[in-house]
Write a protein that binds this ligand. Sequence first.
Ligand code: PLP
Length: 357
Amino acid sequence: MGPGPSEVHPRVLRAMSTPLVGHLDPSFIEVMNDVQDLLRYTFRTENKWTIPVSGTGSASMEAAIGNVVEPGDTMLVPTNGYFGGRMESMATRAGGDVVHVDAPWGEPLDSSDVEAAFEKHDPDVFGFVHAETSTGVVQPDVSELTDIAHDRDALVIADCVTSLGGVELRVDEWDIDVAYSGPQKCLSCPPGASPLTLNDRAMEKVLSREELARSWYLDLSLLEGYWGDERAYHHTAPITNVYALREALRLVAEEGIEARWERHRNVAGALKTGVEAMGVEMNAPDDYWLPSLNAVRVPAGVTDTDVTDYLLEQYDLEIATGLGDLDGEIFRIGCMGYSARPETVSYLVSALGDALE
Ligand code: PLP
């Protein structure tokens, strides 16, 4: 129950023992079609350009930023968590100039601050983190942010690594241009093939770049040869990870995406209630609480690593400590995908109660 990878669903583990076929085998092309359709369902999008990027969440993140940001572009990034910092590093490496919109760690962005940052810097690209794994905060009012950006002709990139498949996310309705994710969080799949979707507006920019994307491997204009209509060799897809992702996404579709969001809210809600009943505080206010990643304040007089070590040794249970500005101040408890079950939550609550005694 750490911040990911979450516990992998047994059906996904079984799918991973499927014998390999070639990455252009007709049967594998059917698997690719299924994965793309199921990703569209899960992202709530009709985007044609919806693919799993070979690599971890950082690969889909770099595919998004490294293709959309051109040398000389300005990208607006948030400072309210760890992953805004990674966006900044990637945008800089892509040749972009980075400007910031600030909020404290543990709070979401305020749309008036985003508006003010647009007025001041006139960025070409705006990135934000929908579900910040380092703080346990979900960004509300996404449509307000995308409206601000589109009124000024900027593209929006959303980090949905810890929200896809667990927390309400509506790529088309909220008018997000580019969304990327990872499979090892709310999809309960091993890392290795990471979801990415781009709308036509974003793809037009990518396909009309003056300078080639700096990464050959993640160049979407080349990846389109494999994941688009042509189905031609670009690189050898991680076949087993794609099998796994298909099974994980089938589980999403069987449950129904909205029912799955509700399960995360309910099960993580029980976790939150249990923690608060022990007199321990959540880090995020209720309005921004992220069900998939519960940031819990370390009580006074307790050393965070004593608790995480104890839980691992005595209960074989993994939770994480804080990162960056919140290092030493919070525990990060994942409640994602297959891990979001009543029995795991009651086990966690009683184990944590014992550890804190
Ligand atoms: N963005 C967020 C919000 C994340 O939580 C993570 C990983 O935890 C990443 C990006 C990077 O993903 P990965 O570690 O799979 O490369």
